[in-house]
Design a protein around this ligand. Structure first.
Ligand code: NAD
Length: 368
């Protein structure tokens, strides 16, 4: 693969390969765009078949983070890291500390965090070697489990979507089909049922299902295969990606799709258009599920739960902006989210062209 050609396709800034023979560390850091600030994004550990697959993944994921941070109103750029290997086999303290030293060497251009295949404990090892890591436990002054904040943001996004469609944000008497009641889904059901909504829930994990069904009122359990067919106001995917596709769209009996799962649409443009054609309002996944990122970003300023929760509640207004752009410019809500992010990047990029001297305080926090 011609790497520079690959970087040019989607305007990536930098790719860094990190190798440590002793620990077996093979990591690739992708920095897509740092217009708004340091590139922040998780570190994924995955047993990629080919090195090229790892590179493609890190490029795709880092670009996604640029859009997510920009739309969320954060002063962060887009980055991501991948470590090649089986999380069950290659993890060690030395490997993560070796990774941390490489991250430190980037001087704050990239800030790492946990992702698929890595945990809070791994990041605590990373933290021994670098200042540029987030997603640390609450006990160590970090932001801890992001799921409740992601759920709160998703809940606010659902309210904004209902208000956009009906003129009232009240959940009283509304029904939401929640696919997956794991870390995020569980807390989402809590918010929804507290406000008087009925929740249809499904999960393939019986323990998680029981917990959600027993802990809250107004919950009805549905077979995982039947969740798409439930007549409801909102379908909230909170388990897997690519669940909105050619097979499921004809089955949906909702007027809104709004949930926490990443990459909900199997084919982005095609399925955003198909939902719109069916009169279903789609809350773009990376906008509505940004609560976790907002939570982790808060760590950079000294973690404050109240501030993080307040910022995540702002997802309501951000989605409103997305829907307004979609309506005014006659584009899908998916395209409108990208437009919102691109406009912020362009406008903040422009004002940054002016030299203003060095802000030592910000430099110390890694924000210039
Ligand atoms: P989780 O693993 O805790 O929960 C997912 C739940 O979905 C599990 O209970 C699992 O059993 C269930 N599930 C899996 N396959 C299913 C199926 N076919 N049908 C029904 N249920 C199924 O994960 P989570 O942290 O709650 O995240 C949920 C989704 O939200 C994921 O797509 C994740 O990428 C996304 N997300 C999470 C966060 C966060 O803060 N945790 C942030 C942003 C996005």
């Amino acid at each position: 693969m011609a790497i520079f050609e690959e970087l040019a396709k989607k305007d990536h800034e930098q790719v860094i390969y990190c190798f440590d023979k002793e620990t077996g560390l093979k990591a690739i850091v992708g920095i897509h765009n740092t217009t708004l600030g340091p590139a922040l994004g998780g570190c994924r550990m995955w047993n990629y078949e080919k090195e090229e697959d790892a590179l493609i993944d890190v490029l795709r994921l880092s670009r996604g983070m640029t859009y997510k941070s920009a739309a969320a109103g954060l002063n962060l750029g887009g980055g991501k890291a991948v470590i090649i290997g089986d999380p069950k086999k290659i993890k060690s303290e030395a490997l993560f500390r070796a990774y941390g030293r490489f991250i430190q060497g980037l001087g704050g251009r990239y800030i790492t965090a946990e992702d698929v295949g890595t945990t809070v404990r791994d990041m605590e090892w990373v933290r021994h070697e670098t200042d540029f890591v987030t997603g640390i436990s609450r006990a160590l002054g970090g932001s801890g489990d992001p799921s409740p904040v992601t759920a709160l943001g998703t809940y606010e996004g659902i309210k904004a979507s209902i208000k956009w469609q009906t003129g009232s944000e009240s959940l009283e008497g509304k029904s939401v089909a929640v696919q997956g009641v794991g870390a995020v889904g569980y807390h989402l059901v809590q918010h929804l049922t507290r406000d008087g909504a009925k929740a249809f829930v499904c999960d393939i994990d019986q323990e998680n299902l029981k917990r959600a069904a027993n802990d809250f009122r107004g919950v009805e359990v549905v077979d995982p295969d039947k969740i798409y067919d439930v007549p409801c106001d909102v379908f909230a995917p909170c388990a897997l990606g690519a669940v909105i596709n050619d097979k499921t769209i004809p089955r949906l009996k909702c007027s809104i799709v709004a949930g926490s799962a990443n990459n909900v649409l199997e084919v982005e443009d095609k399925h955003a258009t198909a939902l719109e054609a069916k009169g279903i309002l789609y809350a773009p996944d990376y906008v509505i599920n940004a609560g976790g990122l907002i939570n982790v970003a808060n760590e950079l300023e000294g973690y404050n739960r109240e501030r993080a929760v307040q910022a995540a509640a702002g997802i309501y207004q951000i989605l409103w902006q997305v829907y307004t752009i979609a309506k005014d410019e006659k584009i899908t809500t998916g395209k409108a989210a990208n437009t919102l992010a691109e406009r912020r990047l362009a406008s903040i990029g422009r004002i940054k062209q002016r030299f203003v001297g060095v802000n030592m305080q910000k430099r110390a926090r890694g924000i210039i």
